[in-house]
Design a protein around this ligand. Sequence first.
Ligand SMILES: Cc1cc2nc3c(=O)[nH]c(=O)nc-3n(C[C@H](O)[C@H](O)[C@H](O)COP(=O)(O)OP(=O)(O)OC[C@H]3O[C@@H](n4cnc5c(N)ncnc54)[C@H](O)[C@@H]3O)c2cc1C
Length: 419
Amino acid sequence: MPSGRASNVSEPAAEVDVAVVGAGAAGIGAARRLIGAGLSVAVLEARGRIGGRAYTVPLRGHPVDLGAHWLHNGPINPLVRLGRARGERLRQAPGERHLIIHGRAATRAERDSSSRAFALSDAAIARAMKGPDRPAASVLPPMGPFGRRVVATEGLVSGRPFDEVSLHDVPDMAYGDNFFIHGGLGAYVSRLGADLPIRLRTPVRAVDWSGQGVRLDTEAGVLRARAVILTVPMLVLQREDVRFTPDLPVPVREAIHGFTQGVYEHVVLHWPDAPFRGPDRLAGLLGEREEPPGLLTRVDDTPFHLFELDLPTASRFDNRDPDAPGRYARAVLAAHFGHRALSRLSVCRSTAWRHDPWSRASWAVVPPGLVSIRDRLKEPVDGRIWFAGEALSRAQWGTVGGAWEEGDRAAKEIASRFA
Ligand SMILES: Cc1cc2nc3c(=O)[nH]c(=O)nc-3n(C[C@H](O)[C@H](O)[C@H](O)COP(=O)(O)OP(=O)(O)OC[C@H]3O[C@@H](n4cnc5c(N)ncnc54)[C@H](O)[C@@H]3O)c2cc1C
C-alpha cells in the first residue's frame, strides 16, 4: 500500500496541549511520544498524505521509495531499533559495490585504488575535524585517479558540492551499517503514523505567541495549544510561508536562514535486463564524459534502479520539461553500456523535492562556519515553540532517523515540563 494513505488517522480537537506541525518522521515521532506521555495532541499536515520526504509509491506492483530509502547509521538509528522491536523485516545493506570503468568491470588493482582513495578522504576528514571549521573539500589530500570520484560522491551524499559543506558537520563514519526495510521506508514511516490525530491538507500559515500558549492559523481554522513543535523543513521556513507574531528572536531567525538547500533527486528506472548482479548494490560508472552521480542497482531485488542526481546535475534540469532528467539518465547509461543494453529500460519517475513547496530541499545543509545552528534551534522559544526535524540532528542530519530522534527529543522535553 502506498504511504500517505490517511484513512486510519483520527480527527484532532481545536484546543490541545501540544500542536505538531508536519507529519513527516519528526512529527510522527513527536506525536507518538506526547500521546504516550498522556498529553493531548493535534498534528497539522499541509499535504494530503503523511510521511513527508519518506514516501513509498506502488510502481508496476512494487513499492518504490521516491524519497528516503536507506535506514542509515544502524547502531544509532532509532527507527532500526524500533523496527526490530516491532518485528519489521529489516535487511542489512550489502557492503560490496559495482565498479565499472569504460563499460567493463574494474580490475582488482582499480578497486583497491578506489577503496584507498575513499579511505584517504575519511582519514583526512577525521584528522582535520580537530582543527578549525572550513570547507570540507579543502582538507582532502591528493587521492590518485579516483580522487575526483571521491569528491563527487561526498558532494552527492552531502547534498551540495563538498566545498560548500562544513567540515565539522561531516557525519562520523563509525556508524556505517545501513539497512533496508521490506515494503519501503516511506511505507514504514506511514505505518508508524497510523491512528495518530493528524489533520491532512492543513497548512499552518501563522503562529501567534503574543498571548498565552500558541495560536495556529491554518486554512481550516484556528488551533490553540500550550506549545507547538514545528517540523517544517528549514528551506520552507526560510520563505516565511509561516508567519510568527511576534517575530522569532534574531538568533533563531539567523539559524533558520543559515542553512543551504541540499539536493538529491531520484530518477526511477525499470531495467529488467540491467547488467548488474545481486540486489541493492551501489554502482560507480567511470571513464565516460558523463558519469552518474549515484546509482543503486536492482532495488529490493526488483528491476528498479535509482539513478541519483546531485545538485550540479539536477540544476541543469531546472526550468526544463519533466522528462529531461530521465532522458539524461538514459543518455549517460547508453554512453557506458551502449544503446542496445537499454532497449528494455524505461524511466518511471523523476523527483523534484527541491521545487516541492512543502520541502524545498532534500535536506538542509550547514555551510562552513555555521555548525552551531543545528544546536541553536534545539533551545525552545519562550518555553512554547520547539523546532524539530532532520536539520536539528548533529549525528544523523539529512536522515529519517535523525528527524525521528529530534521529534522525540522535543516531545520528551515538553512532556517533562507539562506532564
Ligand atoms: C530523494 C531523497 C532521498 C533521501 N534518502 C534518504 C535515505 O536514503 N535515508 C534517510 O534516512 N534519509 C533520506 N532522505 C532524507 C529524509 O527523507 C529526510 O531527512 C526526512 O524524511 C525528513 O523528515 P522531517 O520530518 O524532518 O521532514 P519532512 O519529512 O519533510 O516532514 C515535514 C512535514 O511538514 C509538512 N509541512 C511543511 N510545511 C508545512 C506547513 N506550513 N503546515 C503544515 N505542514 C507543513 C510537510 O508536508 C512534511 O510532511 C532523502 C530525502 C530525499 C528527498
